[in-house]
Design a protein around this ligand. Structure first.
Ligand SMILES: *[C@@H]1O[C@H](CO)[C@@H](O)[C@H](O)[C@H]1NC(C)=O
Ligand SMILES: *[C@@H]1O[C@H](CO)[C@@H](O)[C@H](O)[C@H]1NC(C)=O
Ligand SMILES: *[C@@H]1O[C@H](CO)[C@@H](O)[C@H](O)[C@H]1NC(C)=O
Ligand SMILES: *[C@@H]1O[C@H](CO)[C@@H](O)[C@H](O)[C@H]1NC(C)=O
Ligand SMILES: *[C@@H]1O[C@H](CO)[C@@H](O)[C@H](O)[C@H]1NC(C)=O
Length: 359
């Protein structure tokens, strides 16, 4: 074989080994086949189809034949009422898969049947059921649903409610199963999942930065020092740490006003200059400014400094937040009231004048 033909063989093999959906590459005696997966049937080289309801085919590694008659086994929790049929070449009868029926009310069969029978093939209880009576000559195992969010992985002998010794998905155990009683389980709070359903404990919040759930913490909230809302699914982002010199307001991060420094607990800030004349920082305003009758720039103060706000000169006043001395003003004189008197007089004169003209 020369290099060229080796190359083409490789390409050909590559093409063949590219199996479709629901197929597995099986190599027998150096030849590759794409065989339908368990649960599917179909001719070599063609698409695979799913076996009918409740039935399944054998593993692709057993190189099954490829027609519907090879759907000869029941899935677990089904019993077989009729065998599959693969006709011999000259037979008139047509090919058929096995007929499989679901096991009745919570009963099951953990392996799935290969041979025909009746509901007595259902000799176990499915997960989250307990068994009140074992399978008999005529009846499937009798199974009842586990109460109050309790559950199990399925049972195969008769017993009582205490067979429900676990908690179902999304619930946590407050008391273990005992003396004919099932485990006591409560639903997980929103945004948490059950991390240890088989023992007494609590659910776990999806958010790694949420406060751990406990007997006193029954909901998922961000730890202190974290803003945001808790994650609503595993792996999602939720609570987050604020940036430099930011405080948490509601559940958002807000930068501290100029001239202020964030407090240790991140719930607010403190103005760098807290000396007389500066208004104390408040979350309502988030600003460092002078009181009325002072002026200055506490927003430019470094931590621990003082005297950023100077009082206005004697006899003058200023508004909140004044920055410069010229914002300190003398109070207005009485001239205004004199002026308003003269306005009233002149107005009444005008009205009398108009009155005289018209009459
Ligand atoms: C493979 O199986 C799935 C599930 O039964 C089905 O949805 C899909 O169409 C199948 N693909 C092909 C190529 O038959
Ligand atoms: C597939 O069919 C052929 C011929 O019909 C038969 O000889 C062979 O045993 C079959 N294989 C299986 C796994 O049944
Ligand atoms: C399932 O059904 C078969 C009969 O087809 C039976 O032999 C078997 O004991 C049943 N139970 C389990 C757990 O497989
Ligand atoms: C206020 O103090 C903080 C902490 O020392 C500092 O980072 C910030 O720059 C100061 N603000 C001003 C305006 O100097
Ligand atoms: C008040 O009015 C008088 C004259 O009516 C004036 O001389 C005086 O300057 C005024 N005072 C102020 C504070 O405006």
């Amino acid at each position: 074989m020369n290099k060229k033909s080796l190359f083409f063989t490789a390409i050909l093999l590559g093409l063949i080994s590219c199996c479709g959906d629901n197929q597995t590459l099986v190599t027998v005696a150096l030849v590759d086949y794409c065989v339908c997966n368990e649960g599917y049937y179909g001719k070599l080289g063609q698409q695979c189809q799913q076996c009918p309801q409740g039935t399944t085919s054998i593993s692709p590694y057993d190189l099954p034949n490829t027609s519907i008659g090879y759907c000869s086994k029941c899935l677990k929790n089904y019993f077989m009422s009729k065998k599959s049929y693969i006709p011999s070449p000259n037979s008139l009868q047509s090919e058929s898969p096995a007929t499989c029926n679901p096991c009745p009310s919570g009963s099951g069969n953990s392996s799935g049947s290969y041979s025909p029978g009746d509901q007595t093939q259902c000799d176990t209880c499915q997960p989250n059921y307990f068994m009140t009576a074992a399978v008999s000559q005529t009846q499937a195992a009798q199974c009842s649903p586990c109460p109050h969010n309790s559950g199990n992985q399925g049972v195969n002998a008769a017993g009582d409610q205490s067979q429900c010794n676990q908690c179902q998905d999304n619930s946590y155990m407050t008391a273990p199963a005992q003396h004919g009683q099932s485990a006591q389980c409560s639903p997980c709070p929103p945004n948490s999942y059950s991390s240890a359903p088989n023992s007494v404990g609590f659910c776990t919040c999806f958010d790694p930065f949420a406060i751990s759930l406990s007997s006193t913490q029954n909901s998922c909230v961000c730890q202190s020092g974290y803003a945001g809302n808790v994650a609503t699914a595993k792996g999602q982002n939720g609570c987050y740490k604020c940036g430099n010199n930011q405080f948490i307001s509601g559940n958002k991060c807000v930068s501290c006003a100029d001239g202020s420094t964030v407090n240790k607990d991140l719930t607010g800030c403190t103005c760098n200059d807290t000396s007389d004349g500066t208004i104390a920082w408040s979350s309502n305003t988030n600003i460092c400014q002078c009181k009325p009758n002072y002026y200055g720039s506490p927003d430019k103060a470094s931590q621990g400094s003082s005297g950023s706000c100077k009082p206005c000169p004697q006899g003058s006043t200023s508004q909140v937040g004044s920055k410069t001395a010229d914002q300190c003003q003398k109070p207005p004189s009485d001239n205004q009231s004199q002026y308003s008197y003269s306005l009233i007089i002149s107005n009444s004169l005008l009205i009398s004048f108009i009155f005289i003209i018209f009459y």
